[in-house]
Design a binder for this molecule. Structure first.
Ligand code: GLN
Length: 276
């Protein structure tokens, strides 16, 4: 019926409708015959804890990952994806405490602590040099965020004396460094601190992933605004050790199965409203 893929359509729709810029990726394994299942691949990989898919993330990146205020348990889009991945692989999910975003790839590379990092993590060449990244499961973009009432533009933010908060080690930090070279880029541990800092006037703006900015402005930080969506065309993937290629294959199979059986669409609806 359509000459463009669902993903292309969604990416375009998300941008043109001014929605949060999030779409689930489909069709990565469209050539799959359906004979393999994620569980079939189980014998071909190692796990840190037997029978468990042990996951790490930085849990300050809602709605992809955060901590439930009352239970302290991890919640979010990626947490639901991790549960569904484990289920499709015949495993239980095991979440470790939050750690700094820029320590996730080194931890997976070192091995022995966790099987996967799932953290709204953009697939980049630099990361692929350190770890394996799964097939993409979400399309994303960047955004520049300011306080409601701020008269700053991208041009005025790119000036000496302007402070732009970012999360250390992220693609948003890279974008800010490249595109706002005259401003002072301030790397922080997490993007919630950056949002609070823009609210209180410590920073003139921040750069973060568009779906996170959109969700937070809608639900918690109503005095912040998206100054400018930045169409970087990023895709999120799951980081796995290069020593464990069977696990990457099993994750990719499970992601394809989850796309085909509606699991991914259900998680998308749960965290981002009606399926696009
Ligand atoms: N997607 C961005 C990156 O990979 C930000 C991820 C995050 O802050 N959790 O760098």
């Amino acid at each position: 019926m359509s000459t463009i893929s669902r993903r292309q359509f969604l990416a375009t729709a998300a941008l043109s409708l001014g929605t949060m810029g999030l779409v689930a990726c489909g069709g990565a394994s469209s050539g799959d015959t359906g004979t393999d299942t994620a569980a079939d691949a189980a014998a071909e990989y190692t796990l840190v804890n037997e029978g468990k898919l042990t996951c790490i993330s930085n849990l300050y990146f809602p709605p992809f990952e955060s901590m439930d205020e009352t239970t302290g348990e991890p919640v979010g889009f990626d947490i639901d994806v991790s549960k569904a991945l484990a289920e499709h692989m015949g495993l239980e999910v095991n979440w470790l405490p939050s750690q700094a975003f820029d320590s996730l790839v080194p931890t997976i590379k070192a091995g022995g602590t966790a099987d996967i990092a799932i953290a709204g993590m953009t697939i980049t060449d630099a990361r692929k040099a350190e770890v394996d990244m799964s097939d993409p499961y979400v399309d994303s973009n960047q955004s520049v965020v300011t306080k409601v009432g701020s008269e700053d533009t991208l041009d005025t933010l790119n000036a000496e004396g302007k402070k732009i908060a970012v999360q250390a080690g992220t693609t948003g930090a890279d974008w800010a460094t490249e595109n706002l070279p005259n401003a002072t880029i301030v790397p922080l541990d997490d993007i919630i601190s950056a949002m609070n800092g823009v609210l209180t006037g410590s920073y003139d703006g921040l750069v973060t992933d568009l779906p996170v900015a959109g969700y937070q402005i809608k639900n918690s930080f109503t005095d912040l605004q998206i100054l400018e969506p930045i169409p970087t065309g990023e895709q999120y993937g799951i980081a796995v050790s290069k020593d464990n290629p069977g696990l990457t294959a099993a994750i990719n199979q499970a992601l394809a199965d989850m796309e085909a059986d509606g699991t991914m669409a259900a998680i998308e609806t749960e965290w981002f409203g009606a399926e696009v």
